[in-house]
Write a protein that binds this ligand. Structure first.
Ligand code: NDP
Ligand code: 8X3
Length: 259
């Protein structure tokens, strides 16, 4: 069965300034897609847009966006230039973890940042983008969840809860879109070496590095490859959920480290 071509498709990626989102941008660009990129660090998006244009001749529109800001999200989507309004694929990737403290000693500010970004931000973006997909009876929403959403681990409490919410939101969205041609996928990675752990440990690079010591983690390109696989299945095929772990990882807490 022929896979779907991404040539000329309009792909909106949140959190494209780093890690998995950035790799998705690169791989969709290489596949001939047009890219709508969002994140808070606009300087990085500008550099990425130039790079993708120079390398692949990509058509890229980028915007500064904090997905936690409901009004900002709504206005950004509502005021996109005409040529950038018909979004074919939404990759809800922007997200983060903060801390690894026990719940009873955790930081409420950290909790709010995770819930506001991972859950509410994903919802705001979805609410702004999906109506157009339904109107056109075409589209694909790909949510980046996590192994953390499938089982809690020590200190994961609120992050795990936020990703469990992404899992149920994805499942609910699939039900709500039944009868339309809009597809919903959730990709749940295990350990991927990105800036994720730097952010989790508030810039403690040594602690962040230890997350990946002695094992071979996934790369952001590994996840982007899978996101593109979901997006290129034939139109009647909906890959609903995918758990992707390094060979050195079995569960969130069971990993094989050497040395
Ligand atoms: P990175 O820290 O490398 O990238 C996170 C991206 O999210 C950045 O581009 C950041 O951009 C963006 N982002 C964060 N907060 C906001 C916000 N409020 N508004 C807009 N953009 C925001 O981490 P990853 O690439 O690893 O993370 C991407 C996704 O993958 C997240 O949802 C994460 O939970 C998930 N994930 C990661 C795993 C891993 O092991 N790395 C495993 C499982 C899931 P900026 O700061 O410029 O706004
Ligand atoms: C990121 C993977 O195991 O650190 O979602 O939660 S984990």
């Amino acid at each position: 069965m022929a896979s779907i071509s991404l040539t000329g498709k309009l792909v909106f990626i949140t959190g494209a300034s780093s890690g998995i989102g950035r790799s998705c941008a690169e791989q969709f660009a290489a596949a001939g897609a047009r890219l709508l990129l969002a994140a808070r660090r606009i300087d990085r998006l500008e550099a990425l847009a130039l790079e993708l244009n120079a390398t692949y001749g990509s058509d890229v529109y980028y915007c500064e966006l904090d997905v936690r800001d409901r009004q900002w999200v709504a206005e950004t989507i509502a005021t996109l230039p005409a040529a950038w309004q018909s979004i074919d694929i939404l990759v809800n990737n922007a997200g983060l973890s903060r801390g690894l403290d026990k719940l009873h000693s955790g930081s409420i500010d950290d909790w709010e940042e995770m819930i506001d970004t991972n859950v509410k931000g994903l919802l705001y973006v979805s609410r702004a983008v999906i109506p157009g997909m339904v109107d056109r009876n075409a589209g694909h929403v790909i949510n980046i969840g996590s192994i953390a959403g499938r089982a809690a681990y020590p200190g994961g409490n609120v992050y795990c809860g936020s990703k469990a919410a992404v899992r149920e939101i994805s499942a609910g969205l699939k039900i709500d879109l039944l009868g339309t041609a809009v597809r919903v996928s959730e990709v749940d990675p295990g350990l991927v070496e990105t800036e994720f752990s730097d952010v989790r440990f508030h810039g403690d690079r040594d602690r962040a590095k230890r997350t990946y010591t002695g094992l071979t983690p996934l790369t952001p390109d590994d996840i982007a490859d899978i996101v593109l696989f979901c997006a290129t299945r034939p139109a009647h095929v909906n890959l609903s959920e995918l758990l992707v772990v390094p060979t050195d990882q079995a569960t969130a807490t069971q990993v094989s480290r050497r040395g």
